[in-house]
Design a protein around this ligand. Structure first.
Ligand SMILES: [Zn+2]
Length: 249
């Protein structure tokens, strides 16, 4: 049996989720730059005079001091708030998109596995939302597409994944790419060339450009459905928060 190190560690991170525990405590999941995804209990976090305030809520950027004991759950002993996005708590569409981003990171990353690129990706995605997005839901899909690609799940979009033909009519989740008429299986969903090219646009687009982009509701739904199902298929996770994104924006 591997003996895990026990003791105090400090980490900077973004709160993915914050759940009530009992009368006064919270269980907080944080994606940190140095230790990946960690979960800790913040004791007394919900008491009025707690040193945490009630402030360790979702999307908060904080510097936390954690104690790792023998249980799965660390103890958050201190937290210094570095930033609390205002728009993400006040604007419904931005809140839903931020929740989807946090959910994607929460459900597709292993615990305690450092990945600085992923941390930077989440931070930039949330910052783009906070700066104001023409189409917040589109940014959530962009984050999911980029996250998958960062984790090695990189779809073939510009040509048929099977034969290389540029004439694409669908997408195969199993084969991880676009398919032409000849290579399309019955189980593969149809996908237009425009939708597949928009997916490429999510992968290559800079956040500052993406947050100015807007898609027609039906087009965004088609694109979002493909990206979400592709990631779910390969990670065997259920990305529930994406189902709660507003259909219209
Ligand atoms: Zn083909």
């Amino acid at each position: 049996m591997i003996r895990q190190s026990i003791g105090l560690y400090r980490a900077q991170g973004i709160v993915l989720r914050s759940m009530r525990l009992g009368e006064a405590d919270r269980i907080v999941t944080v994606y940190t730059s140095s230790h990946g995804r960690v979960r800790g209990v913040a004791k007394g976090a919900r008491r009025t005079r707690s040193r945490f305030g009630a402030r360790l809520d979702a999307f908060t950027h904080a510097d936390v001091l954690l104690y790792k004991g023998r249980s799965d759950l660390d103890v958050i002993t201190q937290a210094e708030i570095l930033g609390r996005p205002r728009r993400l708590r006040e604007d419904y569409a931005s809140f839903c998109a931020a929740s989807a981003m946090a959910d994607a990171v929460d459900r597709t990353t292993p615990e305690r596995e450092r990945n600085v690129r992923l941390f930077m990706l989440l931070r930039s995605g949330l910052e783009a939302l906070e700066a104001g997005a023409a189409d917040p839901a589109l940014l959530a899909y962009a984050l999911l597409a980029k996250l998958a690609s960062t984790n090695g799940l990189h779809p073939t979009l510009g040509a048929c994944v099977e034969c290389g033909s540029p004439a694409r009519v669908g997408f195969s989740y199993a084969r991880g790419g676009a398919v032409c008429t000849e290579c399309l299986d019955r189980a593969d969903p149809k996908a237009s060339i425009e939708t597949l090219d928009e997916w490429t646009g999510l992968l290559t687009g800079e956040w500052d450009e993406l947050r100015r982009r807007r898609m027609v509701n039906g087009d965004r739904r088609d694109l979002g459905g493909l990206v979400v199902n592709f990631v779910q298929w390969h990670t065997e996770s259920r990305l529930r928060a994406f189902g709660l994104l507003p259909v219209r924006s």
